[in-house]
Design a protein around this ligand. Structure first.
Ligand code: URA
Length: 197
């Protein structure tokens, strides 16, 4: 059953979890993927970044945020002294690419959720940075728009969550970069506060 599947995922170690994601056939997205994209980075990361789903480039290379949005994400991280792989883990809500990058469907998000939940439990990040509407609404279990949620620290379980616009959105909406900059400062503050505890 669905519950048994969730429970079994909730007990997996990293190797089993990644193998399970790569071989997943729980939803129809497996039919069109080149490969699943479990996530990348430091398994003891302080900072976990959660995006939406692999795009074309990610599907091809098996790594999250390696396309144009990924370059902007790397620059955003650099602005607060963080970098991919070094104390940072990057994952997506969906591990497989939706055809044509269409929006994730609720059933796909539900099937894939146990994987991200297990990644969060294994990593135990100090802060989660949720970028884009899907990651934010999924982690915070809300339908509220990003604009109404920005500017404060939220919680997922007991972990502080800072949110911002998706870098792919920022590439199309340059004026909102100023707001993303404020979000990054909030993220930097959270990381600094955790580091000094
Ligand atoms: N957009 C995402 O949300 N995730 C990726 O991995 C790439 C682009």
């Amino acid at each position: 059953t669905e519950n048994e599947r969730s429970r079994s995922i909730a007990e997996m170690d990293w190797e089993t979890l990644e193998a399970s994601i790569r071989g997943c056939t729980a939803c129809a997205l497996c039919e069109n993927r080149t490969q699943a994209v479990p996530g990348v980075g430091d398994r003891t990361a302080r900072l976990l970044i959660v995006g939406e789903a692999p795009g074309a480039e990610e599907d091809k290379r098996g790594e999250p945020f390696v396309g144009a949005a990924g370059k902007l994400l790397d620059n955003m991280l650099a602005a607060i002294g963080e970098k991919r792989g070094d104390g940072v883990y990057i994952a997506n809500v969906l591990k497989c690419r939706p055809p044509g990058n269409r929006n994730p469907q609720p059933a796909e998000v539900a099937e894939c959720a146990p994987y991200l939940a297990r990644q969060i439990a294994l990593i135990k990040p100090t802060v989660i940075f949720a970028i884009g509407r899907f990651a934010i609404q999924t982690l915070l279990k809300t339908d509220a728009p990003v604009s109404a949620l920005r500017g404060k620290v939220h919680r997922h379980d007991d972990i502080p969550v800072v949110i911002s616009y998706h870098p792919a959105y920022l590439l199309r909406n340059l004026p909102d970069k100023a707001k993303a900059w404020q979000d990054l400062l909030l993220l930097g503050e959270q990381l600094a506060a955790a580091g000094s505890r």
